[in-house]
Write a protein that binds this ligand. Structure first.
Ligand SMILES: C[S@@+](CC[C@H](N)C(=O)[O-])C[C@H]1O[C@@H](n2cnc3c(N)ncnc32)[C@H](O)[C@@H]1O
Length: 239
């Protein structure tokens, strides 16, 4: 199975390693701490969906007794294995029925994955089926208001995007790299909330992560996002 993430992996990893790369620095310094605030500190079984090069999975290893991760890019999984020492990696497409697990999970995380998933309803159903009661689902997506800033700047391409309520794909570039152009699905807060609620989840907490002053001082190219939400982080509890 080869996919777009296998193709762009070398360029993605190269950018991710560079300290001066603002997009990856934002994830490391701002968004990851914000998301970890939503995760309990002691989890028996954790599953990280769309684990990429493992930089977030590695942080979850510390708060999990047993940890699994799924990605459909073999190249991403190989990179992740270099930095994750206790994670069990599974190569699987999350648009398909999920692999069978012996145990149910207390914590499932989804960091910067759902914008690439076409069928949100199906993934919510699959996630619900493999969670314990009172288990936590923690997600992080591009904040839907960020696309409005991008639209004003002219840095995204989309035929159908008209504003916040337009649930269409928008094209953008990770780290401003030509080769890292991807389509991101814009979804509203009500769509995320209503879809997970339909499958037995209750919304517990929302963090609309912005761009703090210290980050703008270090990375002035983020000035236009200051005082605006950049990531939408949500914690749902399975009832
Ligand atoms: C932007 S990266 C995020 C990586 C990591 N969660 C992080 O935040 O550092 C998105 C990852 O999701 C994976 N992905 C996208 N669509 C997928 C699918 N249908 N099934 C499994 N993995 C998928 C990609 O291969 C990629 O590694």
């Amino acid at each position: 199975m080869t996919n777009i993430w296998d193709r762009i992996q070398p360029k993605y990893i190269k950018n991710a390693k560079e300290d001066h790369n603002a997009d990856f620095a934002y994830e490391n310094l701002v968004n990851t701490p914000s998301l970890l605030c939503l995760c309990d500190e002691n989890n028996d079984y954790t599953l990280d969906l769309g684990s990429g090069d493992g930089r977030f999975t590695r942080r979850l290893e510390v708060i999990s007794n047993h940890i699994y991760a799924i990605d459909y890019s073999m190249k991403m999984i190989s990179a992740a294995k270099n930095i994750c020492t206790k994670t069990n990696f599974i190569h699987s497409d999350l648009e398909q029925p999920f692999p069978r697990f012996k145990n149910k999970f207390n914590l499932i995380t989804c960091k910067l994955l759902l914008m690439y998933i076409n069928d949100l309803d199906n993934i919510a159903k699959e996630v619900s089926a493999i969670m314990t009661d009172n288990g936590a689902l923690v997600i992080s997506v591009t904040h839907p208001l960020k696309w409005i800033v991008d639209q004003q700047k002219g840095t995204i391409k989309s035929q159908g995007y008209k504003g916040y309520l337009s649930e269409v794909g928008v094209k953008g570039n990770i780290a401003k790299e030509k080769e890292l152009e991807l389509t991101f699905l814009n979804r509203t807060i009500q769509t995320y909330t209503n879809t997970f609620t339909k499958h037995g989840f209750v919304l517990e907490q929302v963090i609309e992560t912005g761009v703090p002053d210290f980050f703008v001082i270090k990375y002035p190219q983020y000035l236009e996002f200051q005082h605006k939400p950049y990531r939408l982080n949500m914690k749902f509890i399975k009832r």
